[in-house]
Design a protein around this ligand. Sequence first.
Ligand code: SAM
Length: 323
Amino acid sequence: LGLTSTTANIPRYARVNTSLWSIDEAIKYFVSQGYSFINSFSSLNHLANSKGFQKDAHIPNLLAFSPNAALQDDPAYNSGKIILQDKASCFPAVVLSPPSEDNSVVIDATAAPGNKTSHLSALMGNKGTLYAFERDRKRFSTLKMMIGKAACKNVTPVNTDFLTVDPSDPKYLPVTHILLDPSCSGSGIVNRLDHLLEGEPESEKSQHERLDKLAAFQLLMIKHAMRFPNVKKIVYSTCSIHASENEHVVRDALSSDEAKAGSFSIASRNEVLPDWPRRGFAEEMNSTDAASALVRCLPGEDATNGFFVSCFVRDQNITLKRK
Ligand code: SAM
């Protein structure tokens, strides 16, 4: 019961695809469709009114509607002008804050279905090159469809395993920013939690084994990203609530040979959504400072699904000294 009411507490979020129109145009459009704009960032309670909507307080170009708003039937969704994406899943692209120059080169390492790809593309002003890797063939088709619908002109989709991409390939030398949103347990997704309540409970042992495998894979992916010679920022995110896929993976990545060789450290809190109050778990990081540089969302409690975001940065001074 608790979880069902949690689902109802999460607004329906619509990210305005700024490659196609502006947030002001979107607001005018939804008002013309009979929705009423609430010009306030405060309490989301008035979204109980099924026609109300407002701007999100943390993410630019994100609108919050009532949980019951039927946006999936709206022409703005079908034409790619809005992307239906949970608020928390908008965090990684905003934290990565990719450059928007004609010569910018960015990687989305695990891209399908492509919500974060189209977000990155819009933040890059559709300029430069955004390589979007996806290993799974079917999901790759969805990714290509999504890129087309969202009018992303700077995306090069590649159906491959990111771990097989050679960081020393001259094509990837100019890569400065990497988004890493790999497969995870999905334990933060509220609807999935609802579903699990009805299914057979997983034994503790098999849950541990599954999480250990996922964590080992997630760590490999971060270490691979750290091998790109000119990458200066890597954002790692999951929709998991487990410390084993979140804080522990970050801790292991920070103490890896790749982090040492590349002089990577965790970005400071002021680079990672400083106004978002819920931070990483200090007891899982063994450091209050490091934990405060991480972002967490608790399912339902933060009007989002459960989510985790971290950001690694290269110490530019050390790199320059080495050159
Ligand atoms: N970022 C996506 C979005 O916001 O729409 C969601 C990504 S989903 C959590 C993870 C994706 O990574 C899946 O589509 C999975 O098939 C893909 N994937 C997993 N391992 C991969 C690998 N080694 N290389 C490339 N893609 C991979």
